[in-house]
Each structure stands twice: as C-alpha cells, then as structure tokens.
Design a protein around this ligand. Structure first.
Ligand code: GDP
Ligand code: IMO
Ligand code: MG
Length: 422
C-alpha cells in the first residue's frame, strides 16, 4: 500500500489532472485536499475531454473511489453541475463512489459577489482571481464565520450563520434575500447528504486497510498562501503539507510526494514571473501548448523553465520525484533556455527570494540547451527520445536533485513515458 501526494510545483496547470488520472488506474482512492472550483483539471480519455473542478480524476475508473476533503471549499451548485456533466459524458457519480467531507466549508453567493467586488477595488494590485469566491470563503473559515457542509442540514443553522456574518454590512442597501439563500442551501444540503462523511475517518480507515491512495492538490506551490508569491496567490495551501491538514491524515502516513512540473512555465492571473516570454516564443508555447485556462478561458502567460523556483518547490514540498509534463510542446524550438539563477538588486541568487520586491526585480540567468527537431508525441520509451530531450530531462533532474519518474508527451494516457533508466 502507498499513500502518495500529487502536488503542482509551479503556478498551477502543470497537468496534475492528467498525471493523477494515469496513476489512478492502480489506486483505490483519490482525495482532493484543498482549493475549490478555481481549479480546472483537463483529462483526455479517447475521444472524450473531461474538465474537472471539484471531483478528482479517479472518478473516471470504476475501481477508484474519490473524496473531497475538509480542506476544500465547496460550491454545491457547481458540484452538482459537474456531476450532471459527467453523467452526460457517460460517467455515473454516486455516493458509493464519491464522498464529501462534512466539515468542508461552503462557498455562498455572497462570497462570489465579494470576490469580484474586492478585485474591482484592487486597481493596480489586482490578483486576477478566478472570481469563484475562493478567497472570501477561506477568509470566513479562518475568521470562524464560515458555513460548513454539515451546517446545511439545518435551516436554523444556515440562517444563524448568515445573520452572524452580517452580509448586509458588506453589501449595504442591497436586498440579500437571506430566506431564499436559506431555502436553496438547505435544499442543496439535502442533496449533498448521501455523499457526506467524516472524511478523515474514511481516509484513515482506507489507509489501515492497506489501500493505495493519492492525495491530489489543486493549484501549485507558487500559488500557496504561505510559500507562494504572496499576495499574488490563492487562499489555501497547495503544498504537500496541506494534504495532511486538508485530508486529516498524519504526515507519518505519507510515502511519496510527486511534483508535477511543466517543461516550461505558465501563470494565469497577475504577479511577478521572471522567465515570462512576451515575444513570439511565448506566443508559440501558448498556441502549441493550448495554454488557455480550463476554468476561466484566460490566456496563460508562458515562459522558460525556472529551476530556482523548482528547487524551492522541491524543498517546501519534500518532493520525492517529478512528473515532467508537456515536453512535446518544446519540439522544434532550436535553442532552449532554463533559468538557473536570478540577478537581483541583492546580488545573484540561486535560492528563491521570499521578498516579493526582490523577486519582482529578478532577472533570469539562463543556461542554453540545444533543442530537438523530432515530434516526440508518439514516443513511448525514454530510449526513443532524441538525445537533446534526454539531456534536457537530465539537466533538470540534476539541477534540482530529484528523479524524474514520468515524462508526458501529449494529452492522452498512452502519451506517457515511464522512466526506469534515470
Ligand atoms: P492541471 O490544472 O494541473 O490539472 O492542468 P490543466 O488540465 O489545467 O492544464 C494542463 C493542460 O495540458 C490540459 O489541457 C492537458 O490536457 C494538457 N496536457 C497535459 N499533459 C500534456 C502533455 O504532456 N502534452 C501536451 N501537449 N498537453 C498536455
Ligand atoms: P489548477 O488546479 C492556475 C490563480 C488565479 C489567480 C490566483 C488567485 O487548475 O492548477 P483564486 O481564484 O484562487 O483566488 O485566484 O490563483 N489560480 C490558478 N492558476 N491554475 C489553478 O488551478 C488556479 N487556481 C487559482 O488565476 O492568479
Ligand atoms: Mg488547471
């Protein structure tokens, strides 16, 4: 039995969905431990494309159960919409297959309104949030003013929590229709009830029974509210430590921590990004890589691989291996650059600076590596890869001191190379 954590090692959209899907074939349980429907995980299976926001990719297998952990913030309407969409795509999701934590916090319409209001007031310090109410819901959680899934089972509790939160002070003069919210969220609570469990107990029982388990993070290390590029971050802890908190599992139960790493870097929303390419190479990566947000459709900012940030991700997550994705997107680029250091007003740095002012001014110092001409998207073994692709993989692995265990060369399941040789 193995308990693995899958974590994004950059700014999200590294291909966690695809990697979790591949590994879920041999897994009994996939747990999502934080975030909400700010996440968008695309999984391509045959002719079908699944866009998952709450429900972990394990749902696509009959043999795998899924849990939405206590660390997630849940929008019940979106959750049921996702189940409906999956049903139309031939995937039945029912309470025997999917469990939801009784103590996950609930995203309310007011959280979404507040998310958008706050963004519109931020002017030049916009974060570029997804507008799904994530930040305000986590804010209420920490302020001890939130509503949890189990509260939805009582109209009285919903009403009291709404009244105590004093939303009328946040949106003065607006008719907030509390009673309509009470009724509709109670209704959603009744629909949720069959899915709801003590998720920590459920997961730990599975561990005790010797099941294979993946705990899947959303977003990525550099969007972590503690370890990321604050304030240009999300409001939760995507890092591997977040899995313990967000699933109610002790750190001693975790065996492996896999970092999903794109062969280049993308970022959606605002915030510093030293290796960003604002030229035709950036445009090439965006077009070739299909770098448009799964959740909001926004074009993703693209840039060269940043090994300073990756080394930091290795450290703060304790990565035991890396899954390297989208290597095929680099096909045909003559010369590749990887950032090994930053030049900053504080001097040359090879460790990630925690001061955002320093990071904002960081100029990447690059090593040039030769590219390859071949189309690698149909290659199925490491040996088949062009020499320069192997060199690229080895350079990255050596620089960050972690084995690259998988290389993904396309969206499909079969477009995945398992590395045994390095
Ligand atoms: P996630 O949020 O980390 O799950 O990543 P997303 O699903 O938001 O973004 C990754 C995108 O890249 C998706 O559209 C995937 O289908 C696609 N993708 C994943 N792995 C590969 C790969 O190796 N090559 C290519 N070309 N596309 C990939
Ligand atoms: P997955 O799981 C990429 C970004 C937003 C914004 C910041 C804060 O698909 O990798 P939020 O709505 O969370 O308050 O927005 O975080 N962001 C993501 N970027 N992938 C994601 O998820 C993201 N989830 C949030 O663009 O910059
Ligand atoms: Mg995504």
């Amino acid at each position: 039995m193995t308990v693995s954590v899958i974590v994004g090692s950059q700014w999200g959209d590294e291909g966690k969905g695809k990697i979790t899907d591949i590994l879920a074939e041999k897994v009994d349980l996939v747990v999502r431990y934080q975030g909400g429907n700010n996440a968008g995980h695309t999984v391509v299976v045959g002719e079908k494309t699944f866009k998952l926001h709450f429900i972990p990719p394990g749902v696509l297998y009959d043999t795998c159960m899924c849990v939405i952990g206590n660390g997630v913030v849940l929008d019940p309407e979106v959750f049921f919409g996702e189940i409906e969409t999956l049903k139309k795509q031939g995937i039945a999701v029912n309470p025997s297959k999917l469990k939801v934590s009784s103590i996950a916090h609930v995203i309310l319409p007011f959280h979404k309104m507040l998310d958008n209001q706050q963004e519109s007031k931020r002017h030049e310090e916009k974060i570029g949030t997804t507008g799904k109410g994530i930040g305000p819901t986590y804010t209420d959680k920490i302020a001890r003013a939130g509503i949890r899934v189990q509260d939805l089972f009582s109209k009285d509790k919903i009403r009291k929590r709404l009244e105590k939160r004093h939303w009328e002070l946040v949106f003065p003069g607006q008719d907030l229709r509390y009673e309509e919210v009470v009724e509709s969220y109670y209704e959603l609570g009744q629909r949720l009830k069959p899915f709801v469990v003590d998720s920590s107990l459920f997961i730990n029982q599975a561990i005790d029974e010797g099941k294979n388990i993946i705990m899947e993070g959303a977003q990525g290390t550099m969007l972590d509210v503690d370890h990321g590029t604050y304030p240009f971050v999300t409001s939760s802890n995507p890092v591997s430590g977040g899995a313990c908190v967000g699933a109610g599992v002790g750190p001693n139960k975790i065996d492996k921590i896999l970092g999903v790493t794109k062969a280049y870097v993308t970022r959606v929303g605002e915030g510093p990004f030293p290796t960003e390419l604002l030229d035709e190479t950036g445009e090439f990566l965006r077009e070739r890589g299909g770098e448009f947000g799964t959740t909001t459709g926004r074009p993703r900012r693209c840039g060269w691989l940043d090994l300073v940030a990756l080394k930091y991700a290795v450290r703060v997550n304790g990565l035991t291996s890396i899954c390297f994705t989208k290597l095929d997107v680099l096909d045909g680029i003559k010369s590749l650059k990887v950032c090994t250091h930053y030049e900053t007003p504080e001097g040359v740095l090879n460790e990630f600076p925690l001061d955002l002012d320093v990071f904002s001014k960081a100029k990447p110092v690059y090593t040039d590596l030769p590219g390859w001409e071949e189309d690698i998207s149909q290659m199925t073994s490491y040996d088949e890869l062009p020499e320069n692709a192997k060199k690229y993989i080895q350079f990255v692995s050596k620089a960050v001191g972690v084995q690259i265990k998988m290389v993904s060369v396309g969206t499909r399941r079969r477009q995945t190379i398992h590395l045994l040789t390095i």
